[in-house]
Design a protein around this ligand. Sequence first.
Ligand SMILES: *[C@@H]1O[C@H](CO)[C@@H](O)[C@H](O)[C@H]1NC(C)=O
Ligand SMILES: *[C@@H]1O[C@H](CO)[C@@H](O)[C@H](O)[C@H]1NC(C)=O
Ligand SMILES: *[C@@H]1O[C@H](CO)[C@@H](O)[C@H](O)[C@H]1NC(C)=O
Ligand SMILES: *[C@@H]1O[C@H](CO)[C@@H](O)[C@H](O)[C@H]1NC(C)=O
Ligand SMILES: *[C@@H]1O[C@H](CO)[C@@H](O)[C@H](O)[C@H]1NC(C)=O
Ligand SMILES: *[C@@H]1O[C@H](CO)[C@@H](O)[C@H](O)[C@H]1NC(C)=O
Ligand SMILES: *[C@@H]1O[C@H](CO)[C@@H](O)[C@H](O)[C@H]1NC(C)=O
Ligand SMILES: *[C@@H]1O[C@H](CO)[C@@H](O)[C@H](O)[C@H]1NC(C)=O
Ligand SMILES: *[C@@H]1O[C@H](CO)[C@@H](O)[C@H](O)[C@H]1NC(C)=O
Ligand SMILES: *[C@@H]1O[C@H](CO)[C@@H](O)[C@H](O)[C@H]1NC(C)=O
Ligand SMILES: CC(=O)N[C@H]1CO[C@H](CO)[C@@H](O)[C@@H]1O
Ligand SMILES: CC(=O)N[C@H]1CO[C@H](CO)[C@@H](O)[C@@H]1O
Length: 548
Amino acid sequence: MRFVVLSALVSAVTFASARTVGPFTGTIIKGQQFPTLIEVDLEQLQDGLESGLFTSQDLVAAYVARINEVNSTLHMVTELNPDAMAIAKTADALRANGTLLGPLHGIPILIKNNIATNDKMNNTAGSWSLVGSKVPRDSTMAAKLRKAGAIILGKTNLSQWANYRSQNTSNGWSAYGGQTYGAYFPGQDPSGSSSGSGVSSSIGLALAALGTETSGSILSPSSQNNLVGIKPTVGLTSRYLVIPISEHQDTIGPMARSVKDAAYLLQAIAGPDQYDNYTSAIPWAKTGAAPDYVAACNYNAFAGKRIGIARNVLALNPPQPAVLAAFNTAVAQIKAAGATIVDANFTGYQQYLSNGNSSIVLEADFVSDLANYLSQLTYNPNNIHNLTDERNFTQSFPAEMYPTRDTRIWDAALALGFNNSDARFAAAYNVTTYFGGVGGILGAIADNNVSAVLLPTPLSPGIPALIGSPVITVPMGFYPANTSVVMNGFGNLVARGPNFPFGLSFMGAKWSEADLIGFAYAYEQRTFHRNDVQPYLVPNIEINDVVS
Ligand SMILES: *[C@@H]1O[C@H](CO)[C@@H](O)[C@H](O)[C@H]1NC(C)=O
Ligand SMILES: *[C@@H]1O[C@H](CO)[C@@H](O)[C@H](O)[C@H]1NC(C)=O
Ligand SMILES: *[C@@H]1O[C@H](CO)[C@@H](O)[C@H](O)[C@H]1NC(C)=O
Ligand SMILES: *[C@@H]1O[C@H](CO)[C@@H](O)[C@H](O)[C@H]1NC(C)=O
Ligand SMILES: *[C@@H]1O[C@H](CO)[C@@H](O)[C@H](O)[C@H]1NC(C)=O
Ligand SMILES: *[C@@H]1O[C@H](CO)[C@@H](O)[C@H](O)[C@H]1NC(C)=O
Ligand SMILES: *[C@@H]1O[C@H](CO)[C@@H](O)[C@H](O)[C@H]1NC(C)=O
Ligand SMILES: *[C@@H]1O[C@H](CO)[C@@H](O)[C@H](O)[C@H]1NC(C)=O
Ligand SMILES: *[C@@H]1O[C@H](CO)[C@@H](O)[C@H](O)[C@H]1NC(C)=O
Ligand SMILES: *[C@@H]1O[C@H](CO)[C@@H](O)[C@H](O)[C@H]1NC(C)=O
Ligand SMILES: CC(=O)N[C@H]1CO[C@H](CO)[C@@H](O)[C@@H]1O
Ligand SMILES: CC(=O)N[C@H]1CO[C@H](CO)[C@@H](O)[C@@H]1O
């Protein structure tokens, strides 16, 4: 077979041997043992495609069959890409004549239903108001995935509007997609807002998925669905044609079953974009010399490093005993791996807890940024141009379930009376960047001379969100099998219960993703907690069931 190197990304492909030791026995394809789709990683899929064990068309068929097996229970995918099989056929043809677009060539990926594609799929943020709306071109995230060779398989369900509509609702519910459930316990709260991305990636309905985060929406569902999630620095991944909450806090990142798979995805989607000026702040935006996030996966990353713990955050929000015990074990393992562990407290944290400026930042940004997104639509079926219009639609359209699912977040945003061009916005943002920066993660890093700061993921998102700094979560443990069931505030989901997963977060300075990936990988490879507990619901179809 001849290889035509079309893209520099291809050089990143190395066909390393299998690593994860899982409890699944695998599947026999053409007489050869192959990992199951709940545990397979990117390099193993590329191996199987290269050796002719199966094709990308087989992968699409298998993943679609798996989605159909569980979607009436879990509601994790809102729509499939009707062109996925045709795209897979083209990918197979290219591969057959030796052309690989990149490491993701012919690999099915799911994306959250707020990342627009200029194809037959809808982009709705879960709202009926946007069903049928059209965008002028692909979002930069979708375009980059396609350029790297990925097959966009479909759109995942989410907490509607990325959890920015109601004060009383449930994670993973959208009017358009219904209620998403997690796969580790019947009725499991999938967390959110990238709920369907979390559930789908976790049980192998695609290699991995993209999520979006404003404050916790990648990290939290990755934690609660037993995944690795990367919340990149704001500006590392373009937000162009992604339905926004806040230009100052929104970011798009991978949710995958291994650190290395997440690194491959980040490599494909990171980088400057003329349509999102925040990407011009990327340190390598002008040189084009991107870090190699895959090569950053380093088993020895902790050797000689100082790693901090935000002890005062733990003291002010005592974690559940199972989470705290797992965290203490993780800290000991990281120390044993060569790190020096020190306190790295967030000095402004107590003051932050009683300060309301972060709500003002999101409200004012949403008023501006939603109007900006809507202004770019080339077809706007319900003539919605701003938040006033959107609230009126939502309160009038029965399937939006108003007032059971309220609009109180929007009511507050409209009552604010100004947007992010106002001086009052700038003053509020100045306060929140203090709590995130000098009084938060950046101060903790500088004052204590550490390379990263650790927290259990249920506590990690809030402070980095304020300044757009990166965080990576890695599976750290599970609630014990005898955990009592606790319902969510809305009363329809199990918020905490037996076998619920949770993660460990590595927080760093802006643009420090390569360092964080190194730490996350070094921790993952020593622990492999993802394999400790299996979901209660796993699809049965494997590639060998569809391969011809
Ligand atoms: C490989 O196949 C693709 C798709 O059929 C075609 O466009 C391309 O020209 C072929 N390249 C070579 C080198 O044959
Ligand atoms: C997008 O929404 C339209 C209108 O409801 C629907 O006809 C179409 O099937 C949807 N697209 C997909 C890919 O589901
Ligand atoms: C992007 O543009 C906005 C609005 O003009 C501006 O406030 C911001 O500083 C710019 N960001 C960068 C990184 O250039
Ligand atoms: C960090 O906070 C914890 C809990 O509040 C406290 O016990 C510890 O002394 C603090 N560490 C430093 C270095 O200030
Ligand atoms: C915003 O922060 C300033 C300075 O800390 C504080 O005085 C003000 O009360 C805060 N606003 C709200 C709404 O909390
Ligand atoms: C923001 O508010 C200003 C002042 O009211 C207004 O001129 C501008 O059009 C608004 N921008 C957006 C995007 O709503
Ligand atoms: C929102 O858009 C509608 C038209 O769709 C317009 O009548 C209204 O004035 C706008 N409201 C604001 C606050 O810009
Ligand atoms: C509010 O929504 C209803 C139902 O979609 C529509 O008939 C009405 O014209 C809207 N009102 C305004 C002020 O946009
Ligand atoms: C911004 O906050 C700093 C403290 O972090 C304060 O010294 C400064 O006066 C504030 N600037 C504005 C314009 O509010
Ligand atoms: C939240 O919604 C549920 C379901 O509609 C309702 O029973 C509950 O009273 C609501 N809680 C609050 C605080 O509004
Ligand atoms: C997107 C998708 O796969 N939808 C399927 C969900 O499951 C029902 C059956 O319960 C199918 O009819 C849908 O096509
Ligand atoms: C694709 C899919 O599963 N769609 C479902 C989304 O949720 C609604 C409401 O529960 C169902 O009617 C759809 O079938």
